[in-house]
Design a protein around this ligand. Sequence first.
Ligand code: PLP
Length: 393
Amino acid sequence: MTEKKVYLDNSATTQVRKEVLEAMLPYFCNIYGNASSVHSFGQEAKAVLNSSREKFAQLINAQYSDEIIFTSCGTESDNISIAGSLLANKGKHVITSKIEHHAILHTCQNLQKNGYKVDYISTDKTGKINIEELKNKITDDTVIVSVMHANNEIGIIEPIEEISQILKQINKTRKIPVLLHTDAVQTAGKLKIDVQKLGVDLLSVSGHKFYGPKGVGALYIRRGTKIEPLFHGGHHEFGLKPGTENIAGIAGITKALELANNELEIEQDKICKLRNYLKDGIISKIPNVTINTDIKNSVASILSVSFDYIEGESLLLMLDMAGVAASAGSACATGSSEPSHVLSAIGASPISAQGTLRFSLGRYNTKEDIDYVLDVLPGLVEKVRKMSPIYKG
Ligand code: PLP
């Protein structure tokens, strides 16, 4: 075991920023009232809830603060968007992509078991959605289109504005508009989120991906969008997420997004340079690798690399012993022996998918971190390859 530790799994989760923790601390022991209580303790908490909602709305350029609900996580925001809009609107058809996170895919699969129809749109080799296919799948029965803003395994950014324009055109002649949802869990805090420019009706966010706390997310719901709750038991968050509000978490996610937005360009530029330095180093030092991330059209933090003749889990464990944290595909797929659905969708062979690692960088990574990875990785790859019966190196 080594002393050196390098965390390159920032798409799985991030550490809470000190400023965020400080912003949260007053709401555990000092201002601890229930925001629904009429007394002054409750009203203090309610004021924090209201001001956070207003701030959060500004940060993503929502028109009204009541377009924001705070949830428990990105998964919950995704579930409310898809299942909640089907419950509220006539129609039984959903369109999504083949490369969505399981928070969307498993929700859709469950809906299919209950009689709903779902179409999964294919992508090109970079992971970009096939727009023509999407257009052709829209029927009178379609309630919602859900396409992620950026993919969590390979980082591709999807053309949400273009999809929105297409839907706007189609909706001109429909009584009930087709809704557009985007899962922005991997882009909030990394790209400037502007819900009006994107032209979405629903947008999901998760706090722990941008140095906020775990257990808190947000969902933008454009005013006028019909949506039914999935849980019942209270009036909180306009009835869509009943349960006493997590005021510390809500203050935390809002502070985290504010800080990230303030430093967006400088920070993403730094992360992008480090990511590209890692990519160039891997290409020059290790033979037989494929870069799955479309560098020109991806979030700056993600680098997906397939190493031929490698069993990804073995390499991951060796990297871990060397102090480097990365992931095989997405964190949520770890433990599953199935090749990643994202890599399959972009045409990677099952063998290549097995040998794929995702490195995801963040604000605390340094050039020294990347130099260290580039120092240890070639030897570890060679070691794992030597165990492969088909490697002739
Ligand atoms: N959507 C995407 C694209 C993600 O990457 C993740 C988490 O990795 C989620 C949704 C789920 O978010 P949460 O962990 O907040 O439920």
